[in-house]
Design a protein around this ligand. Structure first.
Ligand SMILES: NC(=O)c1ccc[n+]([C@@H]2O[C@H](COP(=O)([O-])OP(=O)(O)OC[C@H]3O[C@@H](n4cnc5c(N)ncnc54)[C@H](O)[C@@H]3O)[C@@H](O)[C@H]2O)c1
Length: 358
């Protein structure tokens, strides 16, 4: 078992993160240790409920089954969760538990943040992406027809319970989606300001076999490294005023690709990997990095055999990049590699970008 802790002074919350590979039913005891005699409403992803059953031993009315897919991450579903909580008379002392991937964690977390202006929240992430990224750091939200995650809040959970056994039933594509975010951490490691040096680029290069075969011990270690890096960033900048922007490495381009393909053709992680490749190419063309470092990145990405996204016409992608909610007036914000495992933020107007690609 590995244990970490997020301390965000402004949120006045300490959030323990427990990573283990006990049998899934043991989670029931872990949850009861936290919630005590208080009531709970569990928002459980439909697929997770089908695969693992009622592992939290809750009565039917205390389980909200969340249908599968990003399209469910909307205000209407959130309202249904809130109405169920009201029907159950949950008070601020009670708990909402999110058990599922990032979709489940984001919507249940948002519901928890607005229910009576904030009810307790436990995250039980069941996808690799949710384990290494979305369950930690306190970003919650829902999508609207105007874009993804445009309505949301910063709301830290009381606890994150990670069990690597869930990852055994992920299909290959979903597993790789999480690995896309893992690779991102490797290239930003030194900029995260973490006191420990993990050498994640090397770690990923040396352990690709064990990671791809989902060795529990290796996954536990890998998740611990990624979360340590995320905590290091989030503790310094919870609300993305500055440093937290580095977590968007690869994402300016990824969000544009996802938008242009209606969020259907590629998973988020696949788009992030393409975004990372774009960022390396861009930084190399600008003269920010040596060719040898670009090759290191390309070799690492090759080892994980991500789904290939064809090259795109930058003129078509630029307008979509400007629609990203992280875009700022006066230019598009890019996080680009600057040195080994380090990145820097740049704001650029169209011409500054186009001259390297046309
Ligand atoms: N809050 C944040 O900081 C943050 C960060 C990154 C991404 N996100 C959000 O996360 C979401 C994507 O998350 P995701 O990739 O986990 O997608 P997801 O939640 O849609 O899960 C992917 C698929 O895996 C299935 N699944 C979940 N657990 C499983 C298991 N153990 N075994 C088999 N199948 C399982 C789900 O039912 C779903 O079909 C997006 O909405 C994105 O905006 C949030």
């Amino acid at each position: 078992m590995q244990s970490l802790n997020v301390k965000i002074p402004a949120a006045e919350k300490n959030c323990p993160i427990i990573i283990d590979n006990n049998d899934i039913p043991a989670l029931y005891g872990e949850v009861v240790d936290i919630t005590g005699k208080n009531n709970c409403l569990a928002v459980i992803s439909e697929k997770v409920f089908k695969l693992y059953g009622n592992f939290l031993n809750l009565p039917k009315e205390r389980i909200f089954i969340l249908k599968d897919g990003e399209k469910e991450k909307n205000l209407k579903t959130c309202q249904k969760i809130l109405e169920r909580a009201l029907k159950l008379n949950l008070t601020r002392k009670d708990y909402i538990i999110a058990a599922g991937g990032g979709v489940c964690g984001d919507i249940a977390g948002f519901a928890a943040s607005v229910y009576m202006r904030g009810i307790h929240l436990i995250q039980i992430p069941t996808t690799l992406l949710a384990c290494v990224d979305s369950s930690v750091g306190g970003k919650t939200g829902v999508d609207t027809k105007w874009g993804k995650n445009l309505i949301g809040s910063f709301y830290q959970p009381d606890c994150v319970l990670i069990n690597t056994n869930f990852l055994k039933t992920l299909d290959d594509r979903q597993f790789k989606t999480g690995l896309g975010e893992v690779v991102k951490y490797a290239f930003i490691e030194k900029s995260c300001g973490c006191s420990e040096d993990f050498g994640l680029i090397n770690y990923l290069s040396l352990n690709s076999g064990k990671i791809l075969s989902r060795s529990s011990k290796t996954l536990e270690e890998l998740i611990k490294i990624c979360i340590s890096l995320k905590i290091s960033v989030v503790e310094k900048d919870e609300k993305e005023g500055n440093l937290r922007k580095i977590l968007n490495f690869g994402h300016t381009c990824a969000h544009a690709i996802e938008k242009l393909t209606n969020y259907r053709k590629y998973t988020h992680g696949e788009a992030v990997v393409k975004g990372i490749e774009f960022a390396f190419d861009f930084a190399y063309k600008r003269g920010d990095i040596l060719e040898s470092y670009k090759f290191v990145a390309e070799d690492l990405i090759k080892k994980y055999n991500f789904k290939k996204i064809p090259d795109f016409d930058i003129k078509k992608v630029l307008p979509a990049m400007k629609l990203d909610k992280k875009a700022e007036s006066g230019g598009i914000v890019f996080i680009l590699p600057s040195d080994c495992a380090s990145v820097k933020e740049y704001k650029m107007v169209d011409n500054e970008i186009l001259k390297y690609f046309c």
